[in-house]
Ligand binder design. Structure first.
Ligand code: ADP
Ligand code: MG
Length: 371
């Protein structure tokens, strides 16, 4: 296995790119550490497959370097990079048996016959492919074919990394859950560097120790599921992770904080210093619905909101509130009593984030609250 470093990487499918919009990967650097279980999460079209194909060598990047354990591999063929890649749709040899499909990558690597058998049987057991080992791949269901395809990726434990590109798309939901657990189990067993591409946050957080969130051709945050939830580094992460996503309110700078619709929100001096330093007028206040607190009475710290809707979701409720001209969401316990048309809310300082040009302003560390 290897550490994979992407250095000042950029890629455009255009021969003569004229601006950032022409780039599928906008210049970025990133390191996938050795042995980690990672997810690459982002919406369709943000550049996930492009990045995987650059790592595996199927695609040559327009700019920048790919390094495995500090050695530049740009010129190496996919085969010489020793990477296993599993795609969204099954890649199997229809005329071969399942056994031969699984054995293929091992025979290519000149592994002794007895070892091949042991390895194929091990992977077939994990993926529950034993009953179909002797069958021709042609006759398999779509699910089974994709399991074979995954097996071909997993069968070699000497690879630098295994890249999964939305491998469970064609798998039915129940099996999906099971296979995700299996992948995690395989990772724990062999500690191979794995990068798992998905557009599904649940899938990402159940598989990965750390998630890279990709947006418009760049990784905007790399962190644990908890870090992405508690401290989104970019408004996109706030919006994309969580259900519903983070409340994001466009604001303007005022004397000691920010304001919107005549409502003043004080912010720490460190944050305001950054606002003045950058001088951008693209400012957004962010707070997750989970961190909006309800208060029984008005104080200096509360904001009066009009209650627009209550959605009861069993163990919790989602409130839709109007504050000034903004609509915000609050997630509260199911037993929280909601009375009347006006709700008083508190935005705890620790969970109130400010974004300048969509990126989080790091508050003065001395004011950071440890969690
Ligand atoms: P994702 O895997 O996140 O859905 P892709 O990496 O497939 O995203 O695509 C990123 C961007 O590059 C998209 O705008 C897509 O239309 C474009 N793109 C992908 N493949 C090609 C290609 N072979 N030729 C031209 N444009 C492409
Ligand atoms: Mg893709």
């Amino acid at each position: 296995m290897a550490e994979i470093e992407l250095k000042s990487l950029a890629h455009s499918y255009e021969r003569h790119p004229s601006g950032p919009d022409d780039y599928a990967i906008r210049q970025m650097s990133h390191t996938w550490h050795k042995g980690g279980a990672y997810a690459l999460l982002g919406p369709s079209g943000c550049g996930k497959s492009t990045m995987l194909n650059i790592i595996s060598g199927l695609l040559a990047p327009s700019e920048g370097d790919v390094l495995f354990d500090n050695v530049r591999v740009n010129e190496l063929s996919p085969k010489d990079r020793n990477i296993a890649q599993v795609f969204q749709f099954p890649v199997v040899y229809d005329s071969m048996t399942v056994y031969d499909n699984l054995a293929f990558p091992l025979r290519n690597a000149d592994m002794p016959k007895a070892k091949i058998r042991a390895k194929v049987e091990e992977i077939a057991a994990i993926l529950e492919l034993e009953p179909v080992l002797k069958k021709k791949a042609r006759g398999l269901t779509a699910d089974e074919k994709q399991k074979v395809s995954m097996g071909r990726g997993l069968v070699r434990d000497d690879v630098s990394a295994i890249l999964f590109d939305e491998p469970l798309t064609v798998i039915d939901p129940q099996l999906k859950w099971k296979l995700r657990r299996k992948l995690k189990q395989i990772h724990e067993q062999f500690s191979i560097t794995m990068v798992y591409v998905t557009h599904d946050q649940l899938e990402a957080s159940t598989f990965a120790d750390k998630i890279a969130v990709m947006y418009e051709g760049q990784i905007v945050q790399f962190g644990t599921p908890r870090e992405l939830f508690e401290s989104p580094n970019h408004t996109f992460v706030g919006f994309f992770i969580g259900s519903p996503g983070m409340n994001l309110i466009p604001v303007t700078a005022s004397e000691q904080g920010v304001q919107f619709d005549g409502i003043q929100v004080p912010l720490p001096d460190g944050v305001m210093a950054e606002v003045r330093r950058v001088g951008s007028d693209n400012l957004k206040l962010g707070i997750r619905p989970e961190f909006v607190q309800l208060s029984g009475h008005t104080t200096d710290e509360t904001f009066a909101c009009e209650l627009l809707d209550v959605e009861d979701l069993g163990t919790y409720k989602i409130l839709t509130l109007r504050l000034g001209q903004q609509t915000i969401k609050a997630r509260v316990d199911e037993d929280q009593v909601i009375a009347g048309d006006t709700v008083h809310v508190v935005f705890p300082r620790q969970w109130l984030k400010l974004y300048i040009d969509e990126f989080l302003v790091d508050a003065d560390p001395s004011e950071a609250v440890s969690v």
